[in-house]
Design a protein around this ligand. Structure first.
Ligand SMILES: Cc1cc2nc3c(=O)[nH]c(=O)nc-3n(C[C@H](O)[C@H](O)[C@H](O)COP(=O)(O)OP(=O)(O)OC[C@H]3O[C@@H](n4cnc5c(N)ncnc54)[C@H](O)[C@@H]3O)c2cc1C
Length: 402
């Protein structure tokens, strides 16, 4: 390769969701773009996402659906490339899709459609993509246009703009690496503490055996941690608790904190129990509760919450005990030992501090020409297509300026 042909206007590190969107947007402006990915294939997380159907965005997107130390940061990019823009792109490519609960949009057929769409848009504007390419060194200088010099396992490249789109730490087998965080630090950026998000809880106490016995059971609940509540399904697993309610709440939970489960959301259980006592004086609590909750769960709850009343007819249980029980059923408090960690987490919380980036362009305030987009940035979405929408919006924002 000649010295000249290794120069690009823009080099993007990472051919995932945000990197491909940025490449496409920059290419549409006539910029010469190279995408470098260390993995053998680009877009692996897109392919794995949404159970293979990619929950690519959501009809309802607002800053309240994201976590960041700088809650306002995401607004500009989200407003300038919205869910409607991405839906229009999906429709242009005639990709069939459908809506599920809470406005979540999924492909009808396969997540492959979304990756193929991005690749075809990139090809259309002449983006070069290199896979299996490890970056060994990044150097910056004042001399334009070759402001950034990259040494890689496939040769040396230079570019005027460098975009870091290398994602977070979740699921190492999908090509995740801490590269983006290290590069941010190299250029003097603050990287806010990282932790696994959208991740199942694990237990080490007696609850471990309980969740094992109930494994496979899904229950609609309201689940709270740190004053944030989600009403969704909770799933008991061999390792602990999962399901949408748990994944959502895991973003707000910190090690050592308790979670609170309302097993009958929106219902007046205290009044219902007292009514049952009047109507079914001879019945046992477990018999009555089994009409509302799965029998296996009721038996576990009986051992945990009302062992001394297990064989007592309703008529003999004092009202105060029923009130206390109602409070426990609607505020069952558990203390997870931890989470399953990056091995199964969908996202990484924390990342490059947004106070040091431009919210309009995603450019570093520390190093001209350096951009950070997608999950490597300290912006994390809820479950429901929000993380991809952030990848599309932040990638598009940078793509307008690189
Ligand atoms: C199993 C799973 C399912 C998910 N499902 C959904 C969903 O349905 N909806 C949703 O909104 N979000 C979902 N997410 C989250 C979503 O995938 C991410 O938030 C999104 O992919 C982040 O985009 P990104 O471009 O920042 O990073 P990625 O898409 O992770 O892309 C990063 C790219 O950088 C490459 N890379 C890493 N290190 C280097 C390096 N040193 N040099 C060069 N390249 C490098 C990687 O190989 C990868 O191709 C899911 C995540 C997982 C793990």
């Amino acid at each position: 390769m000649s010295a000249n042909s290794s120069h690009y206007d823009v080099i993007i590190i990472g051919g995932g969701a945000s990197g491909l969107m940025c490449a496409m947007a920059a290419g549409q402006r006539g910029r010469r773009v190279l995408v470098i990915d260390s993995s053998n294939k680009i877009g692996k997380k897109i392919l794995m996402s949404g159970g293979g159907r990619c929950n690519f965005t959501n009809y309802f997107v607002g800053p309240e659906n994201f976590l960041s130390a700088n809650q306002q940061f995401c607004i500009s990019a989200l407003n300038r490339y919205t869910q409607w823009d991405f839906i229009a792109l999906v429709e242009k490519h005639r990709i069939p899709y459908h809506e599920r609960l809470h406005g979540q949009l999924f492909c009808d057929d396969s997540a492959k459609d979304i990756l193929a769409m991005l690749v075809s848009e990139c090809e259309h504007v002449g983006v070069h993509i290199k896979t299996h390419c490890e970056i060994q060194q990044v150097q910056a200088s004042e001399s334009l246009p070759a402001r950034f010099a990259l040494t890689t396992t496939q040769g040396k490249y230079s570019a005027e703009s460098l975009v870091v789109a290398s994602g977070g730490l979740s699921i190492p087998t999908l090509g995740s690496s801490g590269f983006g965080y290290d590069l941010a630090k190299q250029f003097g950026h603050t990287v806010l503490p990282l932790r696994a998000g959208l991740v199942p809880f694990t237990f080490s106490d007696g609850m471990k055996a309980v969740t094992e016995r109930l494994s496979g059971l899904a229950v609609p609940v309201s689940l709270s941690a740190a004053d944030t509540t989600f009403t969704e399904n909770l799933l008991f697993t061999h390792r602990g608790l999962s399901g949408p309610a748990v994944l959502q709440v895991s973003n707000y939970w910190q090690l050592g904190e308790s979670i609170h489960i309302d097993l009958m959301p929106g219902e007046a259980i205290d009044a219902w129990l007292k009514e049952q006592k009047r109507l079914h004086a001879k019945s046992l609590l477990r018999t009555l509760l089994s009409e509302r909750l799965a029998k296996g769960l009721v038996l576990e709850l009986q051992t945990l919450l009302w062992p001394s009343w297990a064989e007592t007819p309703m008529a003999a249980i004092p009202d105060a005990a029923l009130t206390a029980l109602a409070q426990q059923l609607q505020g069952w408090t558990l203390k997870p030992a931890g989470t399953e960690g990056y091995r199964t987490a969908e996202v990484t919380l924390g990342g490059v501090d947004t106070h040091e980036l431009s919210s309009r362009t995603m450019e570093s305030k520390r190093q001209a020409g350096l951009y950070f987009i997608g999950e490597v940035v300290d912006v994390t979405g809820w479950l429901g297509g929000y993380n991809f929408q952030w990848a599309w919006s932040s990638g598009h924002a940078a793509g307008q300026f690189v």
